[in-house]
Design a protein around this ligand. Structure first.
Ligand SMILES: C[S@@+](CC[C@H](N)C(=O)[O-])C[C@H]1O[C@@H](n2cnc3c(N)ncnc32)[C@H](O)[C@@H]1O
Length: 316
């Protein structure tokens, strides 16, 4: 990993005062004196906080599926991973590291940041790639230099914190002028779907993992029943992914996290524009078909996304 080399250290910043950090036993800010340890080869600029469920989830479930990850990456970023060779890429909220791994395999230099202990999974997944650095940090206090990345992407992340707009701002500012940013967030559904989901999650987010996990396994079974899996999931969310592990993991990913906000395309486009991005494109979902398109356009597909990519203006 380029973790301890000069190139990475150049990129690191104190999350409190945004100044470069010095390397010693720990990373240390020359101005405020704050120090940040490294453990298991991972610089730790933040503790796990409110995302502990993700640490559990990504360390428990093995979700790398090469072909599917490649397709998902292309759909959710609008970028063909084969074009990433030599590019400096930020995976903002890398989770267990499946997309950081993908970008590294295509020759990118990748910095993956996540707040949870999922960084340990990401680190072990990417350990054979010298050009990947995994950092534990908070996107709202990013320990990275501004205006340096050729591409930043954030897939299913910003809606899992108390301040999605603030996290967006910080990620958007790490992209260099002329660089690209792609963001995928949960779509806001119809009011009845939103009410039911909030009521369900008000319960599930309070359950201990030893109870919630078996419930997610049960939902995994529901998600395998033909007809039911395509109809009932318009009422309440459960995964109907054909792969059992991904189905159970997706269910836990929906019902465990403390924060989950839903957004509109207009809102996300406004965020891009406010941060000085042009060439905005709304990226279409993976699934197509007349019925699906109709349900998607009418915000009826629970768990679907709003997905926008844009280019940072050179004058900003
Ligand atoms: C649904 S997972 C997505 C992970 C990855 N992008 C993927 O698609 O596999 C959301 C991730 O966002 C991370 N996250 C949430 N809030 C964060 C924050 N403020 N800073 C950094 N990471 C955060 C969580 O720890 C979690 O791993």
């Amino acid at each position: 990993m380029f973790l301890m080399n000069a190139e990475l250290i150049e990129l690191l910043r104190c999350p409190d005062c945004s100044l470069p950090v010095e390397e010693g036993d720990q990373f240390r800010c020359a101005k405020c004196g704050a120090s940040y340890p490294t453990s298991q080869g991972i610089p730790r600029f933040a503790g796990e906080g409110y995302v502990a469920s993700f640490g559990r989830q990504w360390n428990r479930y093995d979700v790398v599926r090469d072909e599917e990850d490649e397709a998902t990456f292309r759909i959710k970023t609008g970028v063909d991973a084969r074009d990433l060779s030599g590019k400096l890429v930020l995976d903002a909220g890398c989770g267990g590291g499946r997309y950081a791994l993908l970008a590294a395999r295509h020759g990118a230099k990748v910095v993956g940041v996540d707040l949870s202990s999922a960084v340990e999974k990401a680190q072990s997944l990417c350990q054979e790639f010298p050009d990947v650095a995994i950092i534990q940090g908070d996107l709202t206090r990013l320990p990275l230099a501004e205006g340096v990345f050729d591409l930043a992407f954030s897939i299913g992340v910003l809606h899992h914190g108390p301040d999605p707009r603030g996290a967006f701002r910080e990620v958007a500012r790490r992209v260099k002028p002329g660089g690209r940013l792609a963001v995928w967030l949960y779509r806001r559904n119809s009011p009845p779907q939103e009410w039911l989901n909030s009521a369900l999650r008000a319960v599930t987010t309070r359950l201990p993992a030893r109870i919630l996990e078996p419930l997610c396994v049960g939902l995994g079974l529901v998600g395998s029943i033909p007809v039911v899996r395509r109809t009932l999931n318009k009422v309440a969310n459960f995964s109907n992914h054909p792969d059992w592990t991904l189905r159970v993991c997706d269910n836990y990913d929906w019902y465990a996290p403390r924060y989950q906000s839903h957004h509109t395309v207009e809102e996300l486009k406004t965020w891009f524009a406010e941060e000085g991005y042009d060439d905005l494109v709304e990226l279409p979902p993976a699934r197509q078909g007349r019925l699906y398109d109709w349900a998607y356009r009418n915000d009826l597909v629970i768990g679907s996304g709003v997905n926008v990519a844009g280019t940072r203006r050179s004058s900003e």
